[in-house]
Design a protein around this ligand. Structure first.
Ligand code: ARG
Length: 467
């Protein structure tokens, strides 16, 4: 080399290194260092493949593996010296390996950081989906335990935040379970979408060297249910594609939406106005000014974090929108929002589990709220329907009964039968039996309804799913 070149790994064609400002601007090691275990796994598989393909010797492979293992141990111990001058996790690890193992100079054969980072991220995504799924399952189990402990509690169900119809509390909690379980299923789908190995795509156009992509994919666990390797089908798409990142952020954002709705119910239920539930002190805080306050901060933060999770999704969509194929450095900015979505979702799932686990229901308050016979006005209309009255007429007649009760300031079920019969002759002497809550719920026998037989079925179902 005639002139002195830049010390950077890619520095051959440069005569000067990057400005200090540029280093600070372009480094990603401050946030992508968490990819180290995945990067090292990828490099071990890649070097195993290089040996298998005859591009390096078995000895060189073993030296590379030993060096990478030592680096991983150093990283795990917090002893690895990360350097922003080396830009990212990939070059930090490669440089450290090169200092230890001469064969490291061959590691990057037939590989680019473009397919490398895509591979690292897919490995990370599969891991992240698994962790989140487990944490959400933890929250679900806490929820099932609350439902079991309050199996006999009834509350009003709401529409428009107005008391609508009575439901078992467990039925309401099982609605939350449905939401959370869909989140878990969605994350399994994301993991399945991540399960394709980009290694071998190179910078964008593969390589002229005789590599074995299937070998690497298999070594890294990018396999289908029957153990067959799954490799990406187009080298340009492989390094440009961030769809599955966006899917992960979308799954987290939707999880956040669910969290926010659950949290909002709890904020309402724990207010003095409802007072259905007492949240544990462990997940509430006090006021610095008002000594009497016990605020549902955990729930409010769960609600608030959902904004952040939506923001991360939006950041990623905007980042990728309009980018020309294939890799552009913009894509480095995919990591902070993605990692944040994972970190916050994981934290939220744990906090939700803790919040749910610590709450106790005020049974008398729930019973009082659900006692209003007006909540069974629809059942009364159904009663008329069974006596041959068209539903619209029945609805109208019951409306008139409700109006009469309001005018007389008396509970619906305490109106004299004769007056009710004046409104509609189809009301029989047994009309008040409709207001027996137990009987009313027992009639809700269809699938997905809140009747006791269905509820028992759902308890069994969730116990099986969450065991
Ligand atoms: N740190 C980079 C990123 O996260 C790795 C890929 C760099 N590729 C490149 N051609 N500069 O996107």
């Amino acid at each position: 080399m005639a002139k002195k070149s830049s010390p950077a790994i890619w520095g051959g064609r440069f005569t000067a290194g990057p400005a200090e400002l540029m280093l600070r601007f372009s480094e990603s090691v401050s946030f992508d260092r968490r990819l180290a275990p995945f990067d090292i796994a990828g490099s071990k598989a890649h070097s195993a493949m290089l040996a298998h393909a005859g591009l390096i010797t078995a000895k060189e492979r073993d030296a590379i593996h030993a060096g990478l293992d030592a680096i991983l141990a150093e990283v795990a111990a917090g002893a690895f010296a990360w350097d922003i001058a080396l830009e990212d996790v990939h070059m930090n690890i490669e440089a450290a390996l090169t200092r230890r193992v001469p064969a490291a100079a061959k590691l990057h054969t037939a590989r680019s950081r473009n397919d490398q980072v895509a591979t690292d991220m897919r490995l990370w995504l599969k891991h992240a989906c698994g962790v989140l799924r487990e944490k959400i399952a933890g929250a679900e189990r806490a929820l099932l335990a609350v439902a079991a402990a309050n199996r006999d509690v009834l509350i009003p169900g709401y529409t428009h935040l107005q008391r609508a119809q009575p439901v078992p509390l467990a039925h309401h909690l099982f609605a939350w379970l449905e939401m959370l379980d869909r989140d878990r299923a969605r994350l399994a789908d994301v993991a399945a979408h991540a399960n394709w190995c980009p290694l071998g795509a190179g910078a964008l156009a593969g390589t002229t060297l005789p590599i074995d992509r299937e070998f690497t994919a298999k070594a890294l666990g990018f396999t289908d249910a029957r153990g067959r390797p799954q490799v990406t089908a187009n080298s340009m798409d492989a390094v440009a594609d961030r769809d599955v990142f966006i899917e992960f952020a979308a799954a987290c954002a939707l999880f956040g939406v669910h969290l926010s709705r659950i949290a909002e119910d709890l904020v309402l239920w724990s207010s003095i106005e409802f007072k259905f539930v007492e949240l544990s002190d462990a997940f509430c805080t006090g006021s610095s000014l008002m000594p009497q306050k016990k605020n549902p901060d955990a729930c409010e933060l769960l609600r608030g974090k959902s904004a952040r999770l939506q923001g991360n999704l939006h950041t990623l969509l905007t980042l990728v929108k309009g980018l020309p194929l294939t890799y552009n450095r913009d894509l480095q900015e995919d990591k902070p929002p993605l990692f944040d979505s994972f970190d916050q979702s994981a934290l939220c799932a744990d906090v939700l589990a803790g919040t749910l686990g610590g709450m106790t229901f005020h049974r008398e308050r729930c019973a009082a709220a659900v006692a209003d016979p007006a909540l069974l006005a629809t059942d009364l209309a159904d009663y008329l329907v069974l006596r041959g009255v068209p539903f619209r007429d029945a609805h109208h007649a019951v409306g008139a009964v409700v109006r009469l009760a309001e005018k007389n300031v008396v509970a619906l079920n305490l109106l004299p039968t004769t007056e009710v019969q004046q409104i509609h002759p189809a009301f029989g002497p047994d009309w008040v039996e409709v207001f027996d809550l137990k009987r009313a719920l027992a009639k809700r026998t269809g699938s997905g309804m809140p009747g006791p037989a269905q509820l028992a079925k759902q308890f069994k179902r969730w116990e099986k799913i969450l065991k």
